[in-house]
Design a protein around this ligand. Structure first.
Ligand SMILES: CCCCCCCCCCCCCCCCCCCCCCCCCCCC(=O)SCCNC(=O)CCNC(=O)[C@H](O)C(C)(C)COP(=O)(O)OP(=O)(O)OC[C@H]1O[C@@H](n2cnc3c(N)ncnc32)[C@H](O)[C@@H]1OP(=O)(O)O
Ligand code: NDP
Length: 515
């Protein structure tokens, strides 16, 4: 019997960010392994015209939850969606709901955050710092609370090269920032933001670092742990391989590469590609929840959920495997054949951007205009290049994350728990994982049918022929222009033609002699 699964039985668990990528996989695993848990409270806001109930209904009826419905048929009765907006005072939770949360919650998993790199400082602080403080305040009023698990990011200290499982201080106190945001107007905030974030690459990583400091300062006598995942990718094993549902991080780039939009990326091929499967992160979260509640460590422990120091993979290996998978399982209606290059050189990168990205987009838009359609490719291309440039910082550096606490926890688990809540990334086979990942992007994110693969392959063949035809025509035109203008080009042309003529005459003469 799994001790961790048993621990969550009969518990009331509060999850923020349950509608996000990590939150959904967390709920799925909890219901599947501890179907006898009492209730999962989720703090949800209405979104995109959907009510809370519609959002929950959609999640429970998704492919991800198919296995859960077999193990826990009454799953919909065990989810309690509570209206909440984490950017509001008291999260805009009603008095009755707040009372229930305060009196019943046993465990909190705080996943909600804004993960946009370019969010405004005000909004990112509200979500990633102030909301964390508010939740800790709520937690301190929960008599039955056993553990508070805060999800941060391995990149919260990406201004350092070697990162230990400790909370690092930020140059400016979070409280001072929260206070000043109350009276400064938006224009001034955006002006001072670059000065505040100093050597952090974006507002997201900076505010996640502030969030950790808040956890340390407001921990009171709560049992708290922090988990820092690196780049969270598709599921490795559970509930099935390759599940993914948003275009953040690698996902958008994989699609852009598979559709033939992205053909070069400014990345250091040898830099560590620190991806971590989402189910590995979730298994660690559940193990940490159990350990924190049962063993009650004296201080707040930080756990790194990273792959780099235990089972490293680099961008070159990853890129090659992504492209190899597209050979076997292409995406539908590609713009160009997937082919790509990693370059860490500025000049080469700009050259590829002009020749391989912008020029084809402009040519295609001209074609759309000529055929009476609305041009759109330049816009799409600019969006992709903007995204790629935002991720460049992470593609051109390597970090070392120590994993003592994570390894310690692994050794504390029973063999059964090590199997059911496996977070040992050393067992990950990268080539297999990446292939399933790319397949998952096609199936679950783009919702493409596997039956369309032969047609997709045909389409790629047509694209290859168009490519050859285009290159030949371009060569001939350039050559013709050169011959018309340069004596040197004419001499070379004369030399090539006479060489071919002599070679053919010799070949014809020798074959006549043989007969
Ligand atoms: C011989 C050598 C061979 C080598 C072969 C080489 C092969 C190379 C080919 C490449 C193959 C790919 C290989 C895999 C590479 C993977 C690289 C992955 C790198 C990832 C690094 C991530 C580091 C993360 C560190 C921190 C991790 C975390 O803690 S949190 C999660 C990370 N957060 C994010 O990812 C959020 C990032 N997104 C944003 O901040 C914003 O979306 C934006 C700033 C990027 C864009 O904002 P904007 O307002 O302009 O747009 P938005 O409204 O959001 O969207 C507009 C439209 O654009 C679409 N969109 C949005 N995001 C993406 C995206 N990531 N990719 C593609 N498209 C995106 C969006 O859907 C909108 O579309 P429409 O609705 O149609 O308008
Ligand atoms: N994905 C990654 O690569 C990594 C993620 N992390 C961390 O993991 C956690 C989860 O990330 P991930 O699941 O990928 O992110 P998502 O963007 O998929 O999910 C974010 C969640 O936060 C919720 N949320 C955002 N704003 C509010 C608000 N105002 N009120 C209520 N809820 C809100 C979202 O709700 P809604 O659906 O309504 O928008 C959503 O459920 C974050 O803390 C992130 O920093 C760390 C490292 C890497």
């Amino acid at each position: 019997m799994s001790m961790i699964a048993a621990f969550y039985g009969g518990k009331s668990i509060l999850i923020t960010g349950a509608t996000g990528f990590l939150g959904k996989v967390l709920m799925e695993k909890l219901f599947r392994t501890s179907p006898d848990l009492k209730v999962i409270y989720i703090l949800v806001r209405p979104k995109a015209g959907q009510t809370l109930q519609q959002r929950v209904f959609q999640i429970l009826n998704s492919k991800l939850f198919e296995k859960v419905k077999e193990v826990c048929p009454n799953v919909h009765e065990k989810i309690r969606a509570i209206y909440a907006d984490l950017s509001q005072n008291d999260f805009a939770i009603s008095k009755e709901d707040m009372q229930e949360l305060l009196s019943c919650t046993n465990i909190i998993f705080h996943c909600a955050a804004t993960v946009r790199f370019d969010d405004t400082l005000r909004h990112a602080v509200q979500l990633n710092v102030t909301a964390t403080r508010q939740l800790l305040l709520m937690a301190s009023q929960m008599p039955k609370l056993e553990a508070f698990i805060h999800i941060s990011t391995a990149y919260s200290n990406c201004n350092l090269k070697h990162i230990d499982e400790v909370i690092y201080p930020c140059p400016v106190e979070p409280k001072k920032i929260i206070d000043s945001l109350e009276w400064l107007d938006d224009a001034i905030i955006e002006e001072i933001a670059p000065k505040l974030i100093r050597d952090w690459p974006n507002i997201y990583t900076y505010t996640k670092a502030l969030g950790e400091m808040v956890v340390q300062q407001e921990s009171r006598n709560l049992n708290i742990a922090i988990i820092r995942p690196s780049i969270v990718g598709a599921t490795w094993q559970e509930p099935f391989p390759g599940w993914v549902d948003n275009i953040n991080g690698p996902n958008g780039l994989i699609i852009a590469a598979g559709k033939g939009f992205l053909r070069a990326l400014k990345a250091a091929p040898k830099a560590v590609a620190d991806l971590i499967p989402v189910d590995t992160v979730v298994n660690l979260m559940l193990a940490v929840g159990w350990y924190t509640a049962v063993h009650r460590p004296k201080s707040t422990l930080v756990y790194h959920s990273t792959s780099g120091n235990l089972n490293p993979c680099n961008w070159h290996k990853m890129g090659v495997q992504v492209l190899a998978t597209f050979e076997k399982i292409p995406l539908e209606r590609a713009f160009r054949r997937p082919y790509a290059n990693f370059t860490s050189n500025n000049f080469t990168s700009q050259y590829w951007n002009a020749v391989s990205h912008q020029a084809p987009a402009i040519i295609y838009d001209c074609y759309l205009r000529l055929t009476g359609r609305k041009p759109r490719m330049t816009k799409v291309m600019n969006q992709i290049l903007r995204t790629a440039s935002m991720l460049e910082y992470f593609l051109n550096r390597s970090w070392e994350w120590s994993t003592y606490n994570t390894e310690m926890l692994m050794s504390e688990l029973s063999p059964e728990d090590q199997r059911v809540f496996n977070f040992d990334v050393r067992q990950l086979n990268w080539l297999e994982y990446i292939e399933n990942y790319v397949l998952g992007v096609k199936k679950y994110l783009l919702k493409e049918d596997m039956a369309g693969i032969p047609e997709a392959k045909q389409h790629l063949k047509r694209l290859r022929n168009i490519h050859y035809l285009f290159n030949t025509a371009l060569f001939l035109i350039v050559w013709r222009l050169l011959i018309a203008r340069s004596q040197m080009a004419r001499n070379v042309w004369f030399f090539i033609v006479s060489f071919c003529y002599k070679f053919l005459s010799y070949f014809r003469a020798s074959s006549t002699l043989k007969v």
